[in-house]
Design a protein around this ligand. Structure first.
Ligand code: TYD
Length: 201
């Protein structure tokens, strides 16, 4: 596989989308072919699945929720991510398997999730994962009111704290792949820190 697969993770409000856009522009200016995508989503079917999994009004069991994320990922990897990597592109993806291990890992067995993820991705893992880290309390204050909250956004501060610990624990387990960047710094400083993790000059 010739391309590079870079994923972005972290709790709500750390500015992932802004950083992904900034990095995409930076890489394009350096001559890379870049695609920006997100999970759940990225294909028409996966975007439909997204509507279901994020709808706070729809009751959903923990296992079904995990399987829906996997169905969405399977589509996304097969139709978008793998072909782009084979064509030598850099793929920047907003959330991927580590979100599953952390969010669904709160209610499902993580080993089962890893197995399901392996099936959904046929073993594809990110080359590098950037976790944008930040203090949940400050992020909650900083976040502007975004109107209707999705299934995961309306679960409160304790939930965000658990998620943060989950991402930091994963980064400890896999320090080679998962890099933690302080998302509370200025946009520009965060962008520089990300570029240095990715060894982009
Ligand atoms: P999104 O609006 O993209 O959130 P954010 O802007 O915070 O990235 O919604 C995605 C939500 O889905 C987010 O709360 C995390 C959750 N999620 C999971 O629970 N499991 C997963 O595997 C993925 C990819 C996302």
């Amino acid at each position: 596989m010739k391309g590079k697969f870079i994923t972005f993770e972290g709790i709500d409000g750390t500015g992932k989308s802004t950083q992904i856009q900034m990095l995409a522009e930076r890489l394009q200016n350096l001559g890379y072919q870049v695609i920006v995508t997100r999970e759940p989503g990225g294909t028409r079917v996966a975007e439909r699945v997204r509507e279901i999994v994020l709808d706070a009004q729809l009751p959903l069991s923990a296992r079904s929720e995990a399987l829906l994320f996997m169905a969405s990922r399977s589509e996304h990897v097969e139709k978008i991510i793998r072909p782009a990597l084979l064509a030598g592109k850099v793929v920047l993806c907003d959330r991927f398997c580590d979100s599953t291990f952390v969010y669904q890992g709160l209610h499902c067995d993580v080993e089962m999730l890893r197995k399901l993820n392996f099936i959904a991705t046929e073993g594809l893992m990110p080359d590098v994962t950037v976790v944008l880290d930040g203090d949940p309390e400050m992020l909650l204050q900083r976040r502007t009111v975004r109107g209707v909250q999705d299934r995961f956004e309306n679960k409160g501060l304790e939930f965000q704290k658990q998620l943060r610990q989950g991402f930091l624990a994963l980064a400890k387990e896999e320090p080679e792949r998962i890099k933690v960047v302080d998302g509370m710094a200025s946009r520009e400083d965060v962008a520089v820190a990300i570029a240095s993790c990715l060894k982009i000059s």
